[in-house]
Design a protein around this ligand. Structure first.
Ligand SMILES: [Zn+2]
Ligand SMILES: [Zn+2]
Length: 249
């Protein structure tokens, strides 16, 4: 199994990085929300992280997905089917989460490594982590907007474009926003780092994704926690400015 890295991002929020892909734990007094599900084999690292912070699997109140791509749905089915943990997703990505490989990017992503050799190590590690063996999940709860009844009380920030039901989640009390693949600090398809949108290779509607970035700038969170890449601690507005800067769009 590829190496995983666990880190405490801010108080009571932990990041688990596996094959250049992130999932997060949001902890409150009594329970835990898992945000995104990386790859099937990532779950053991999540369990270890729970143990290390004195929590149990039974404390997990829900798995909240930013969107339905395979590299975010990884262990979702295991949680739902074997552990009875509800899976939450925006209603417009409900179908995609059931078929996490059947999305339509604007360009053929299989051609990408040819033009972007830096992406090859990233994609190779994803495959080793189980990226080709993800089973779809029929989400337990779907939502459109509002504040969700999960630990951390995440506020839904719809950010369509990367997928049609993509959402970010804002936790004002913690001053963080989870941006999924609407805004990343590492693009797995090009290997480039720094705040940016994911390449057209994996994005359904680039123009719509670009417009959605305004929503992220407006939440004005201090810390941005993306689906790929390291945390960005200079604020969501600055991250959006960088993502829209020269050479990024
Ligand atoms: Zn994605
Ligand atoms: Zn992704």
């Amino acid at each position: 199994m590829a190496k995983t890295n666990v880190s405490r991002v801010v108080e009571d929020i932990y990041a688990i990085e596996h094959a250049f892909t992130n999932c997060y734990l949001v902890v409150d007094q009594t329970a835990v929300t898992v945000i995104d599900a990386c790859f099937p084999s990532t779950w053991s690292a999540v369990q270890e992280c729970l143990t290390s912070i004195g929590r149990r699997v039974s404390d997990v109140a829900g798995l909240l997905l930013t969107h339905g791509h395979f590299d975010h749905v990884g262990f979702a089915r295991h949680l739902q089917t074997d552990l009875d943990i509800p899976v939450w997703i925006h209603q417009d990505d409900h179908w995609l989460a059931q078929h996490p490989y059947r999305y339509r990017p604007e360009r053929n992503r299989l051609l990408y490594p040819l033009g972007h050799p830096r992406s090859l190590p990233v994609l190779t590690r994803m495959v080793a982590a189980g990226a080709l063996r993800v089973r779809g999940v029929q989400a337990t709860v779907t939502f459109e907007s509002g504040r969700l009844d999960l630990p951390g009380s995440p506020i839904v920030v719809p950010t369509p474009g990367h997928t049609s039901g993509h959402c970010a989640f804002y936790l004002p009390d913690r001053d963080v926003v989870f941006t999924g693949d609407a805004l990343v600090t590492l693009d797995p398809y090009t290997g480039r780092s720094g705040p940016r949108m994911v390449a057209p290779a994996a994005t359904a509607d680039v123009e719509r994704n670009r417009r959605s970035l305004c929503q992220l700038a407006e939440v004005a969170a201090g810390v941005v926690l993306p689906g790929h890449g390291r945390p960005w601690r200079h604020g969501s507005a600055a991250a959006v400015s960088a993502a829209l800067g020269p050479g990024r769009g």
